[in-house]
Ligand binder design. Structure first.
Ligand SMILES: Nc1ncnc2c1ncn2[C@@H]1O[C@H](COP(=O)(O)OP(=O)(O)O)[C@@H](O)[C@H]1O
Ligand SMILES: [Mg+2]
Length: 431
């Protein structure tokens, strides 16, 4: 007799073939299906998301809707994968606000809620890396820093220097800066610091005094970031297999003259990871052909980028944009996954919306942001979508999930975090 066996859990992002082959292995438990909404929503099956294969996940929704929280839930799941899988994956989280370090601390607020979900509040093993020059400052503020990182000065090419200072080829300052870097490269190769570039600017024979002064000033500001050094942190130190690494760049968030610093970090990191994975992908393939296990030193990478519109804007160039677009377009082949979050779909580069294969939408209210999605994902925007939106409970943590793999829409409640939420909206009450 032919029977349909309805599995207890729903798996998204995974083909039927893979479900048959791997079952629930390599999935992340992110929430439960909402069976009926209203005042007291009834929750049904668990939603598991494939994390063994590469994906591009986009999480959107209005401010305070639960995007960073959902990201944290994914991160907790990565940290809890069975070792055999975990050791092949490296998770890197770009933290623009300085909230993800609290994954290290068990949740103390929602303990009973967590238990209702059949889970247990506990800490998550993550590594927190901060820019070298900001380490002491952040430790003093109570951030549990594990290590510092720096970027190798020679990894920045001229274009990136110009973008970093928001200069163009036409500016006298831009011209002087490019020429000076050219000179330094000729004499010192790939081992030089900002002080060497300053020296080259000083001794330049064509530029006038004012221009020199302006460029030197900018370079001195860059020195004060405590980020750029002759020897940078090797990419293998950052992308460690089996580890979740939080890159806290929150100290660059609001300071004038540092707007592009975060972009540079994401851009250079993304570029390096891409190059390394392309290389190792070949090695893995060769091993597979020789009948050996598919394994190489360089893990596959999941990169989390919160507030992605800052790095992938649709209305201006950004050092990170081209790199992340590469990840989106061809990253799946070398094993590069992205999890992006944004409250401004309208401001986000359209490829991030049209090319993601798992789309998670918390409540959205701005018409223009909804329109940006509707325009780029028309196949989903029939009446069902609107209906789901209407039915979405007002409480936090609800979301629509559009899964390209099964071409299904799910209304879900994201599971509670096991770890402490440092993003809790400040309020005037003490309790
Ligand atoms: N799944 C959830 N369960 C319970 N509370 C949630 C959930 N998602 C979000 N919240 C609450 O809403 C707050 C805001 O969420 P957050 O992820 O910081 O919003 P966003 O990143 O979209 O601005 C969180 O601090 C938390 O208190
Ligand atoms: Mg957030």
């Amino acid at each position: 007799m032919n029977v349909d066996i309805v599995s207890e859990d729903a798996i998204i992002g995974r083909s039927l073939d893979d479900i048959e082959k791997y079952g629930q292995k390599g999935t992340a438990y992110i929430g439960k299906v909402v069976m009926s909404s209203g005042e007291r929503p009834v929750l049904g099956r668990r939603i598991l998301c494939d994390v063994a294969r590469p994906h591009v996940v986009l999480i959107c929704g209005k401010r305070g809707g639960g995007k960073s929280y959902t990201m944290a839930v994914f991160i907790e799941e990565f940290a809890r994968l069975p070792l055999e899988l975990k050791k092949r994956i490296s998770v890197i989280v770009i933290d623009t606000v300085g909230i993800f370090w609290s994954l290290k601390i068990p949740n103390k607020l929602n303990v009973s809620d967590i238990e209702k979900w059949g889970l247990r509040a506990e800490e998550t093993r993550v590594r927190v890396l901060v820019p070298k020059g900001k380490k002491d400052f952040l430790i003093k503020k109570g951030v549990p820093v594990d290590d510092a990182f720096t970027i190798k000065v020679s990894d920045l090419d001229e274009t990136e220097w110009l973008a970093l200072f928001r200069l163009s080829w036409k500016d006298p300052e831009g011209v002087l800066l490019s020429r000076s870097i050219e000179k330094v490269k000729e004499t010192l190769g790939t081992y030089y610091g900002i002080e060497d570039i300053i020296k080259a600017v000083r001794t330049d024979e064509e530029a006038d005094k004012i221009t020199k002064h302006a460029v030197i000033n900018r370079l001195k500001v860059a020195q004060s970031w405590g980020l750029l050094e002759k020897e940078g942190t090797p990419i293998k130190e950052i992308a460690k297999a089996g580890e979740v690494t939080i890159i806290d760049i929150s100290t660059y968030r609001t300071t004038v003259g540092m707007e592009s610093t975060g972009e540079m970090i994401v851009g250079l990191l993304g570029k390096k990871l891409f190059e390394e994975r392309m290389l190792y992908r070949k090695e893995e393939e060769t091993k597979l052909i020789q009948g050996k296990e598919r394994e190489s030193e360089m893990p596959i990478v999941w990169l989390f980028v919160d507030e992605a519109h800052m790095f992938m804007p649709n209305d201006r160039p950004s050092i990170a944009l081209e790199v992340l677009l590469e990840w989106i377009r061809i990253g799946r082949q070398p094993g590069l996954s992205l999890v992006l979050a944004t409250q401004r779909t309208e401001k986000l580069h359209s490829d991030a919306i049209s090319q993601c294969d798992i789309f998670i939408s918390h409540r959205m209210t701005a018409r223009s942001d909804i329109a940006a999605v509707a325009q780029l994902r028309p196949s989903y925007m029939h009446q069902d979508f609107d209906k789901y939106y209407e039915e979405m409970p007002k409480a936090k943590g609800f979301a629509l999930i559009l899964d390209d793999n099964s071409e299904k829409i799910w209304l879900v409640k994201i599971r509670p975090r096991l770890s402490w939420d440092a993003g809790v909206t400040a309020n005037a009450f003490r309790k």
